[in-house]
Design a protein around this ligand. Structure first.
Ligand code: ADP
Length: 163
């Protein structure tokens, strides 16, 4: 069985991520979307919230599951018997960092390969950061995210404004 892991922060999941998820799910028997618990970054959403939003977005894709993980991605992948890590490449600016990550991961765990999917042109400019910036200043983000994520982002900023 070909099992792949798609790791990331997903803070929050965008239509760009969902495009990669749908395409990667078609190529593997099972795809695990893995939300990294990263204390170094200051995410807008908690890990639990990010997992829940992803689960809602992926509910219609039967071979996709969502989990969170801590520590090294390759260790998580090995524990799930995955042999592939999926990453999306948007532009050359992603390349340097991604190739370094892929080579490091391969050195750490030679049995696991990284597979890059080129982002659909439609979403090549899109990032979770852009979604958050746009929402912070009241812009319409419905083009970039699904309705459940749009509602969650709006609610989060409304909450933050109260504190
Ligand atoms: P990370 O913090 O690990 O980069 P992200 O959630 O930002 O986590 O991204 C996870 C993965 O999704 C990365 O491989 C990234 O290149 C990819 N990705 C991010 N935005 C898009 C997009 N608009 N289209 C396709 N892939 C994307």
């Amino acid at each position: 069985m070909a099992i792949a892991v798609y790791p990331g922060s997903f803070d929050p999941v965008t239509k760009g991520h969902l495009d990669i998820i749908k395409r990667a799910a078609r190529m593997h028997d099972k795809l695990i979307v893995a939300v990294l618990i990263n204390s170094a970054k200051h995410p807008l959403f908690t890990v639990e919230e990010r997992v829940k939003l992803l689960q809602e977005c992926c509910a219609g894709i039967p071979n996709v599951t969502v989990e969170s993980f801590d520590g090294l991605t390759v260790n998580f992948a090995k524990s799930r018997h995955a042999t592939v890590l999926v990453r999306g490449l948007r532009a050359v600016t992603d390349f340097d960092n991604e190739i370094q990550l892929a080579q490091t991961n391969h050195a750490l765990m030679p049995g696991i390969d990284t597979m890059f999917l080129a982002t659909s042109i439609r979403w090549s400019y899109l990032s979770s950061t852009i979604v958050k910036e746009a929402a912070r200043y009241g812009s319409d983000i419905s083009k970039f995210v699904t309705p459940n994520v749009e509602a969650a982002v709006k609610e989060k900023f409304a909450q933050l404004q109260k504190t």
